[in-house]
Unconditional design. Structure first.
Length: 133
């Protein structure tokens, strides 16, 4: 993942890494947030600090894997919120997620982070889901 970051971006412009959060119910059920684990390692290897609490998922949503693109956008809308957004003011943020499918989740997160004061939001994902026929 770090190699991908260096391949497509110069990491120095980023002020902060933010993982796409899980809702607290899903986090309790799973026991860990795999994206937070990725972000911690990315932070360690790049020196870019991370913030795991500024972006939160305020309400649970239907698991995205079972939904169409339109259903994903509709279902995820309004589910994220900023807590303590002063950390975002004027900053360049790298939002990190594990899988990019339709982009509904990262697009919604990026909108919320920008509305919270970030100047720029880029997205890095570990994998991109391919449509199979």
């Amino acid at each position: 993942m770090v190699e991908g970051l260096y391949r497509y971006w110069n990491p120095s412009p980023f002020h902060l890494l933010i993982p796409v959060p899980l809702h607290k119910k899903r986090l309790r059920k799973r026991g860990f947030n795999q994206v937070l684990l990725l972000v911690k390692e990315l932070s360690r290897r790049t020196g870019i600090p991370y913030q795991k609490r500024v972006l939160q998922k305020g309400r649970p949503t239907t698991p995205q894997v079972s939904l169409s693109g339109v259903e994903r956008e509709k279902g995820i809308r309004g589910s994220f919120q900023i807590i303590g957004g002063e950390e975002l003011e004027g900053k360049s943020i790298l939002l990190v997620d594990d899988v990019y499918t339709t982009g509904a989740t990262v697009n919604e997160c990026a909108k919320v982070v920008r509305a919270g004061g970030a100047e720029r939001v880029d997205v890095l994902t570990l994998a991109h889901a391919l449509k199979t026929t």
